[in-house]
Design a protein around this ligand. Structure first.
Ligand SMILES: [Zn+2]
Length: 389
């Protein structure tokens, strides 16, 4: 029997999760990422993955996380096909929104099962709708695909480490499992005083059985790799050591990337590569490789497509292209047809970064705040050993 392969979950129905022209969230960018991943792999590389492109209905799963009245409310709005707002103004309903949102839940459920059953990774670039709450839509998220997908394993005693690097705080997941000590939630995001949804501060550490299992790391506007990477190295490995997860889920939102139109962080592609490689290593060390990566936010198609395609390569153990390597011509034509603008030519484009406000004392202050809130210490990491060039 051939060894299990990492899965890429992409059902063409995900494209139906579409709020219409002019809305910033579009699954088209995630589709372009999957197409770039395939185009860049060639046949032997494609064979390294299990491609899941058809999913069973997930309607019966929604109640694991969402309230029955909310589910019914979305179904009726979807059937009527009018444009009512499902939240306070970011997330309109549309004809078929129930089925489209449910298909993304099915993707997350499949990804979680794949990882748990095979001990490999699963990549669900269309998912990561982390704002949806138990009884309401929020921030472009109708149903919370990850929360529904982990609810069952968590109810059955499994321990899930949820790591979220989207620029926005993953409030739907965190508050959804605020009382559960079986969900360790570590969330790096732009400070809620400067960005939607306005939550995710260090004193929010969980409640009851969940006390001490929620870790919020807010960063100021303008912060980039120099802030997130040292904090990630310092906080995440020891938190996972103490937690012993059965599964790791990474919400790999790309909207913290420099140039994203909705946020003001400025991560570079290298930050995403280091974070994901670290998470892969931690998944191998703690839970026999059981890892789910979901796409999350990201509002610039050229960034979303390239960064998520790289993420897929990392999960498949495929070497990364050089930044200056040209992108496949066929894919570039598809990109232009899809977006109406010229495709990027190479895997990375030089970035124009603003001066970061982040200082060493900011890390010390933030870590102290987390230590006080969580009642534990996070010693500074030893300096990085010099790398051979
Ligand atoms: Zn986001």
């Amino acid at each position: 029997m051939s060894p299990p392969r990492p899965a890429v979950v992409w059902d063409p129905r995900f494209r139906e999760y579409d709020f219409g022209p002019g809305h910033p969230f579009t699954e088209a960018s995630r589709d372009l990422a999957v197409r770039l991943l395939r185009a860049s792999l060639g046949p032997p590389g494609i064979g390294r993955f299990l491609w899941v492109d058809r999913l069973d209905s997930a309607e019966g799963l929604l109640r694991r996380f969402h309230g029955p009245e909310y589910i019914e409310y979305v179904r009726q709005a979807s059937d009527r096909g009018d444009r009512a707002y499902l939240d306070l103004g970011d997330t309109p309903s549309f004809a078929g929104c129930f089925g489209a949102a449910t298909s993304l839940v099915a993707g997350a459920d499949r990804a979680v099962h794949h990882a748990l059953d095979t001990g490999t990774a699963a990549f669900h670039p269309g998912g990561g709708l982390h704002h949806a709450g138990r009884s309401g839509a929020s921030g472009f998220c109708v149903f919370n695909d990850v929360a529904v997908a982990i609810a069952d394993p968590v109810a059955n005693g499994r321990r899930v480490a949820y790591i979220d690097i989207d620029a926005h705080h993953g409030d739907g997941v965190m508050y959804g499992f605020y009382d559960s000590g079986r969900v360790l939630d570590i969330d790096f995001h732009q400070d809620g005083r400067t960005l939607f949804p306005g939550t995710g501060f260090p004193p929010e550490t969980g409640r009851g059985d969940g006390a001490g299992s929620k870790v919020n790391v807010p960063l100021p506007p303008g912060a980039g790799d120099e802030a997130v990477l040292p904090l990630f190295r310092r906080l995440v490995p020891p938190l996972l050591d103490g937690f012993r997860p059965d599964l790791i889920v990474l919400q790999h939102g790309v909207d913290g990337h420099a140039g994203d139109p909705l946020t003001r962080l400025q991560y570079t592609p290298s930050a995403y590569v280091e974070v994901l490689r670290t998470v892969v290593r931690l998944a191998n060390a703690h839970c026999a490789g059981r890892l789910v990566v979901v796409g999350g936010g990201g509002y610039r198609p050229e960034t979303v497509s390239r960064v998520l395609a790289r993420a897929g390569r990392i999960l498949g153990g495929v070497p990364l292209p050089d930044d200056g390597e040209s992108l496949p011509e066929g894919w570039r034509s598809e990109y232009a047809a899809e977006t109406g603008v010229e495709a990027p030519a190479r895997w990375a484009t030089p970035l124009r970064l603003v001066r970061s406000p982040w200082r060493e004392q900011d890390e010390a202050r933030l870590v102290r705040e987390l230590e006080d809130a969580l009642g534990r210490k996070f010693p500074a990491s030893p300096p990085e050993p010099p790398r051979p060039r």
